[in-house]
Design a protein around this ligand. Structure first.
Ligand code: NAD
Length: 335
């Protein structure tokens, strides 16, 4: 029997119990040698330094400090980082890539609840539920003639911005419906989009044609303010824009102006800034459905991240290819 590699937890310590159920923790300990009570929240403490000297694998999570050159120098046996959360950009430094560390993340597991939230929002938006609810609340009566034109999920044009891990999952979830799905993503070909069940369009065309648009692009320099005043104005009257990605992809002032006029509605799980200042009109406007950045993993969904890490550790230790390996060259266009 091969010797189990030595592993070390590195994250905000409260996340260990949230992400790793006792059963998963037990299974992890069958795969690696791990002291579950030692959680590195910082790398400069003596006990952590001693553990780093032996560690071959770091199991990281939210709050893991950056793995800088000094930390790596203290971890001569380290060969892999298995991240039980989304993006690795906060802790994986250039020194990690230079060192040739294997890096894996649970971002695809974290994408699932975001995609579920987006699916719910897309279906409600297509049906006109957000607007009809507001109208009923205001008028206190409802007559069939007040029904909104163009509502319904039969042939509704839906636009997905970004075939990211999240965007791809949304496209998969949209398959059973009778929707007309479009995709804007500069890194995807028309053939690949068709394989994903969507018609590829340039972003401007997608915005002009789709009454329901869901944003799933990463926040990178080329996407900051990607949906500014000019592009938001392309959306058809009555459109619903859904953002579960990052607030800074959409110009907040332009968005606020269009929602204030009542021309479009929005579903926002993310904003810029975040949190919003308490006086922001986005809290009170009838065309805004606002949630506090909750579409990612929370509650029992956190356990999926722990399970994802366990499965990745099993692959790593068995010498099988990782399922969720992160490659340095993909990072510039990833979340
Ligand atoms: N609200 C939440 O709780 C929550 C949770 C997780 C992720 N997110 C956010 O969701 C978004 C997607 O995350 P992910 O991990 O699925 O992303 P990802 O890293 O998988 O996305 C990368 C892909 O996005 C596409 N892309 C890159 N540039 C683009 C552009 N200019 N226009 C359109 N598409 C482009 C490319 O296909 C690229 O491969 C990110 O903004 C992320 O921060 C939010």
């Amino acid at each position: 029997v091969a010797v189990r590699p030595v592993a070390l937890f590195a994250m905000r310590s409260r996340h260990v119990a949230e992400v790793f159920t006792p059963a998963v923790l037990q299974q992890i300990q069958q795969v690696v040698r791990l002291d579950p009570d030692l959680v590195a929240e910082r790398f400069d403490l003596p006990a952590v330094r001693r553990a780093l000297a032996e560690a071959e694998v770091l199991i990281t999570g939210w709050g893991c400090p950056p793995l800088d050159a000094a930390t790596l120098a203290a971890a001569p046996r380290l060969r892999a980082v298995v991240h039980a959360a989304g993006t690795v950009k906060a802790h994986i430094t250039q020194a990690c890539w230079d060192r040739g560390l294997l890096v894996s993340s649970a971002a695809s597991a974290n994408a699932l609840p975001v995609a579920e939230y987006a699916l719910a929002a897309i279906i409600f938006a297509g049906k006109g539920v957000f607007a009809l609810r507001e109208r009923y609340r205001t008028d206190r009566v409802f007559t069939p003639t007040a029904m909104l034109p163009g509502i319904g999920n039969f042939g509704q044009r839906v636009g997905i911005v970004g075939a990211s891990r999240t965007g791809r999952r949304v496209l998969e979830l949209l398959r059973p419906f009778d929707l007309d799905v479009h995709l804007a993503d500069p890194y995807v070909s028309a053939a690949e989009a068709a394989g994903l069940g969507a018609r590829l369009l340039p972003l401007d065309d997608l915005l002009s044609r789709c009454a329901v648009v869901s944003v799933h692009a990463p926040s990178i320099p080329e996407t900051y303010g990607m949906l500014g005043a000019r592009r938001i104005a392309l959306l058809p009257d009555g459109a619903v824009l859904i953002n579960t990605a990052r607030g800074e992809i959409v110009d907040t002032a332009a968005l606020t102006a269009e929602v204030t006029s009542g021309r479009i509605s929005v579903v926002l799980d993310v904003t810029d800034p975040e949190p919003l200042p308490s006086g922001s009109p986005l809290f009170d406007l009838p065309g805004v459905f606002l949630t506090p950045h909750v579409s990612g993993s929370h509650g029992n969904e956190l356990e999926r991240l722990g399970q994802c890490a366990l499965e990745e550790l099993r692959r790593l230790v068995a010498g099988r290819p990782l399922a969720n390996q992160i490659h340095e060259q993909d990072l510039a266009r990833s979340a």
